[in-house]
Design a protein around this ligand. Structure first.
Ligand SMILES: Nc1ncnc2c1ncn2[C@@H]1O[C@H](COP(=O)(O)OP(=O)(O)OP(=O)(O)O)[C@@H](O)[C@H]1O
Ligand SMILES: N[C@@H](CCO)C(=O)O
Length: 322
């Protein structure tokens, strides 16, 4: 579990008064997640999620929280952030930025069927369209610049063959990003971390996307690739499952049709998604942060996925030919 900062009921009694939620009667640390400290809190107005941000700053947070508010107001199922009486979404708790958001019903679906993947695909397309006119622009903080800063940190821990794989893939992605094809891809605010554990379901009904704290502006197709690389795979091997992949892609396409350039970069984007998470997992594995209890995710999982996406084949993207 990752509660980096502890919070007691006593800590919250005064702090909560700035929100119009009444008194807090219970606070419970949430035993999953590796980025932030999360708590379920029970107030006189109902149950909410309190997050203390361990890595993001007061300046960075309005992007994520206002994006969630923007999406919630447009009918995309996401946690709705709660403002304090001054209209602020982020306030200090134990000297760190903190926010309260509504609690989603349901639980994560860790063994998805095609029906779940179709729900995720349709909501993802709806989210991309709804976010397109969001006024704040913040780049994806785990994109090229981060890649270049992080690779030198992890290379000394890898054997020669893994070093080669990592360097060659970075080179491939850099070249793609410099191409006119890439610059023509539709883009906007994306979730960028839409794994199984960041979506809630009640049976077959999707109840919400959450954990927007890796969101940023990037290509929509990158977001689809990150999502497919988690929702549509055999978890042991990393191989794509055709039925789930097609269900997710077709449902997305029926809400926001894919374009031909997106179809052309599809396999490369699956590689980009695998590289992004291989690298962050390598970093967290070899350079762990302090936490009460923290089990780093296995980097080998995304190394396998990267190798599989490089060699292919992958199910083709349906697209609308203009
Ligand atoms: N709005 C919400 N409604 C219901 N449950 C939530 C909500 N936000 C977080 N949770 C619960 O808290 C857990 C951890 O949250 P979250 O995934 O945001 O943490 P994190 O530290 O950012 O994790 P990671 O980056 O590893 O996914 C989730 O698995 C979920 O059970
Ligand atoms: N989804 C990420 C964790 C950060 O949210 C991973 O599985 O590596």
């Amino acid at each position: 579990m990752a509660v980096f900062t502890s919070v007691t009921l006593d800590d919250l009694q005064e702090w909560i008064k700035q929100f119009s939620l009444g008194q807090v009667s219970a606070v419970r640390g949430i035993s999953s997640g590796i980025e932030n400290s999360n708590f379920f809190i029970t107030t006189e107005s109902g149950e909410y999620v309190l997050t203390i941000f361990e890595n993001l700053s007061f300046e960075q947070l309005p992007f994520y929280l206002k994006l969630m508010k923007h999406l919630a107001s447009r009918g995309v199922l996401v946690p709705d952030p709660v403002c304090n009486q001054q209209g602020e979404l982020v306030t200090a708790l134990h000297g760190k930025p903190a926010a309260i958001v509504s609690k989603l019903e349901g639980s994560s679906q860790m063994s998805p069927l095609p029906v779940h993947c179709a729900e995720v695909g349709a909501m993802l397309a709806k989210m991309h369209l709804a976010a397109a006119d969001f006024s704040i622009r913040q780049k994806n903080l785990r994109a090229a610049e981060w890649r270049h800063a992080t690779v030198p940190d992890v290379l000394p821990f890898l054997d020669a063959e893994k070093q080669h794989l990592l360097k060659a893939e970075v080179h491939f992605q850099d070249a793609l990003e410099a191409s006119p094809l890439y610059r023509g891809l539709p883009n906007g605010p994306v979730h960028a971390d839409l794994f199984r554990n960041n979506v809630m379901f009640d049976g077959e009904r999707l109840t919400g996307f959450f954990d927007f704290y890796f969101a940023g502006c990037d290509t929509w197709i990158f977001d689809v690739a990150v999502t497919v690389n988690d929702w549509c795979i055999d978890i042991e091997s990393g191989a794509l499952d055709d039925a789930r992949t097609l269900a997710l892609l077709n449902a997305y396409h029926s809400v926001r049709p894919f374009t031909e350039p997106e179809a052309l970069v599809w396999q490369a984007m699956l590689r980009a998604g695998a590289l992004r998470f291989w690298l962050s997992r390598l970093y967290d594995f070899y350079m762990p942060r302090e936490a009460e209890m923290l089990t780093p995710h296995d980097p080998g999982h995304f190394e396998r996925i990267l190798r599989l996406r490089e060699t292919g084949p992958v199910p083709p993207l349906p697209y609308f030919s203009a």
